[in-house]
Design a protein around this ligand. Structure first.
Ligand SMILES: Nc1ncnc2c1ncn2[C@@H]1O[C@H](COP(=O)(O)OP(=O)(O)OP(=O)(O)O)[C@@H](O)[C@H]1O
Length: 305
């Protein structure tokens, strides 16, 4: 089956700075995928290359089996980027009609109004809409061509709770029509609620990828952190009962484990001079932070095997 999007050894260099560093990603057709990462991770740069808006320094992007940016793809792909400017002087209805006129097989105006929730604002100037309303109009614009692939960069920024709810409902409905959706977000919780597949990037590299359940399994770990006057070598931490992952922040050691009772007992019995113990349950956001935080050394059972 053709992949919706394939990034092969994708690199983007801005002068001396490498914003995207050898990214290899594949997104399946008919699924909702999320590209997740903190500010400056390289999400926008990556999707700009997917959409043919930016040329890779090296590597390749294929979209629906075609090289990115081709004329054919512009008919088949809808995109919502972060910087959206309202069309000067046009009403909401005129904007939607104008965008529909660019495509061979546009989505119905009625459906675009339903999706944007802007029925009552049809005759208002687009430039007079609020920030959140403008974002909803821009989302409808991105769907004007009835696209089979929809790429959305931070789609929910500026939307209120109701607009967000309607937005996620629309995304699910679009996917159930067989369309492919790729979106970027900072929020693991948001991606978890809708995505079939999540790729996490940090500093231009893919740091984790998989079904939300897989990423959540990591979040289910509890964390025991402590200082140690006499800590053993790092690889020994992973021999402790139940420990899946170990990190070191300066003089503080953090161990991630599914079950902590036995671990605490072992630490207290050891001769490592353990002090200042703290035990916490990790949230999804903690797991995301731990995946994308590069100011620490991390060991996992996988990295040793
Ligand atoms: N045209 C450019 N020239 C120089 N540096 C750039 C350019 N575009 C992006 N960058 C840098 O590349 C890095 C990645 O930027 P990018 O916009 O892709 O991140 P992002 O993950 O989308 O971040 P955010 O969540 O804040 O939107 C950042 O450090 C940014 O400053």
């Amino acid at each position: 089956m053709t992949k919706a999007i394939e990034c092969i050894n994708l690199v983007k260099q801005f002068g001396d700075f490498r914003a995207v560093d050898q990214i290899n990603l594949q997104f399946e057709q008919g699924r909702i995928s999320a590209l997740l990462g903190p500010n400056g991770a390289g999400k926008t740069t990556t999707i700009s290359m997917m959409l043919g808006m930016m040329r890779p320094t090296s590597g390749e992007v294929r979209v629906l089996g075609l090289p990115s940016g081709t004329k054919e793809l512009r008919q088949r792909v809808g995109a919502l980027m972060q910087d959206v400017r309202a069309a000067d002087g046009l009403t909401v209805r005129e904007v939607l009609q104008l965008f529909r006129s660019y495509y061979r097989n546009p989505m119905s105006l009625e459906r675009l109004f339903d999706i944007s929730g802007l029925h009552a604002d049809a005759k208002r100037r687009a430039s007079a809409l609020s920030g959140g309303q403008r974002r909803r109009l821009a989302f409808a614009q991105s769907l004007a061509g009835n696209p089979e692939l929809i790429v959305l960069d931070e789609p929910t920024v500026g939307m209120d709770v109701e607009a967000r709810g309607r937005f996620w409902e629309t995304i699910r409905a679009l996917a159930s029509d067989g369309r492919t959706v790729l979106l970027t977000t900072h929020y693991l919780e948001e991606a978890d609620a809708v995505a079939d597949h999540i790729a996490v990037i940090a500093n231009g590299c893919v740091v984790a990828e998989g079904a939300p359940e897989r990423l959540k399994a990591q979040a289910a770990l509890r964390t025991v952190s402590f200082r140690s006057a006499n800590a053993p070598k790092e690889h020994e931490w992973l021999q402790l009962p139940g420990v899946e992952k170990a990190e070191c922040y300066g003089d503080r050691i953090r161990l991630h484990a599914h079950e902590t009772d036995q671990l605490l007992f072992t630490l207290m019995q050891s001769n490592w001079g353990v002090t200042d113990i703290d035990v916490q349950s990790a949230s999804l956001e903690d797991a995301f932070r731990s995946l994308t935080d590069t100011n620490r050394s991390t060991l996992t059972k996988n990295s040793l095997s």
